[in-house]
Design a protein around this ligand. Structure first.
Ligand code: PBG
Length: 326
């Protein structure tokens, strides 16, 4: 029998290009931004090279720069200056949305994270009960719904709830529709795991769980990494309640989840290359252990291979240059 050569199709860049099955485009990316109330000067974020805690002014300059490079899609995290136990006032973030909508019009596709963790004193994603050991679901969903309406009114194209409460997608969709925001998209953080990979983000968004209450982490609402069934149930529920886009988060440690869910639920799937994943690559590269652009490209390829079409990455603004170079 003739020898089987699989290396024949790997022998030069031309045949490798011709046989690639995944072609990533800069059009698939969303760029996250942090805008911080009361900040005087923009600050670097440890591990997230090229991403900053922005002031409202530096935020505008950064968007302008990104638009010139063809980055039209953003995910906004507003970090308010004051905290409370029942945050109702989302004016700071709403104001940022209004400003960029006015400044850049429809050149910009604005999605905005909806959650309470940057607004609460204890850094939990919702309203904590008086005993301090449980997040009250209904009270939290009511606040998240009002937050979503404020952002829709300010001009957001897409609401992205990352809190993991029960029933928030249905409540947000109902209220958006009642107020005639039929065209506002919901991108649900549907399969969001209780992960160690959110560290650099929590510094940037000032949202790490803290304080004297007995709840110390997010394990009572985010999905246990060992429970695929919970991820499936969450994604099906959110799709049923009206989410337009579903997300898996983090990305690399959960490729099996992306694959499984995107096969099973025929909706657009986004993946979030979260801060800790991003920083792992950047910190290795800073120590001479890895080529960062090539490593990010490898991770992004894996996301698309697994079934995602949308990539949320801190490196979105570099995607065009990096993809072009390879
Ligand atoms: C808020 C939220 C988190 C992220 C996005 N929205 C962190 C968390 O749940 O603590 C993580 C993003 C990242 O790590 O890049 N709930």
């Amino acid at each position: 029998m003739a020898k089987i050569s699989l290396r024949r199709l790997r022998q030069d860049p031309w045949i490798r290009e011709l046989t690639q099955q995944i072609h990533i485009s800069p059009k698939q990316f969303i760029q996250p931004h942090f805008v911080v109330q009361g900040l005087k000067e923009k600050e670097p974020i440890q591990g997230l090279t090229g991403v900053f805690r922005e002031t409202p002014d530096s935020f505008l300059l950064q968007i302008e720069k990104d638009l010139k490079k063809g980055i039209h899609k953003i995910l906004l995290f507003g970090v308010p200056g004051s905290k409370s136990t029942h945050p109702k006032d989302f004016e700071f973030t709403a104001k940022q949305i209004e400003t960029i909508r006015k400044e850049f019009g429809k050149e910009l596709w604005i999605s905005v994270d909806v959650c309470l963790c940057s607004s609460t004193e204890h850094g939990q994603c919702g309203v904590v009960n008086p005993q301090g050991d449980h997040i009250e679901n209904e009270a939290t969903v009511n606040l998240l719904t009002s937050q979503s309406l404020q952002y829709a009114q300010a001009g957001a194209d897409c609401i992205a709830p990352s809190d993991m409460m029960d029933g928030r997608i249905g409540s947000i969709r109902d209220h958006l529709d009642q107020k005639d925001y039929h065209r506002v998209i919901i991108m649900s953080y549907a399969a969001k795991f209780h992960s160690r990979f959110y560290g650099p983000f929590r510094n940037a968004a000032d949202s790490a769980p803290k304080g004297e209450i007995s709840l110390k982490d997010r394990s009572t609402y985010q999905i246990d990494p060992a429970r695929m069934d919970d991820a499936i149930a969450c994604a099906k529920r959110d799709a049923r309640e009206g989410a337009d886009i579903l997300m898996v988060k983090p990305g690399l440690p959960y490729l099996d989840v992306i694959y499984r869910l995107s096969e099973e639920i025929k909706k657009p799937w986004a993946v979030y290359q979260v801060s800790g994943e991003y920083a792992s690559i950047e910190l290795m590269a800073a120590n001479g252990l890895m080529n960062a652009p090539l490593a990010h490209l490898e991770a992004w390829t894996a996301f698309v291979r697994a079934g995602a079409s949308i990539i949320i990455s801190y490196g979105a603004r570099n995607a065009k240059d990096w993809l072009h170079d390879f």
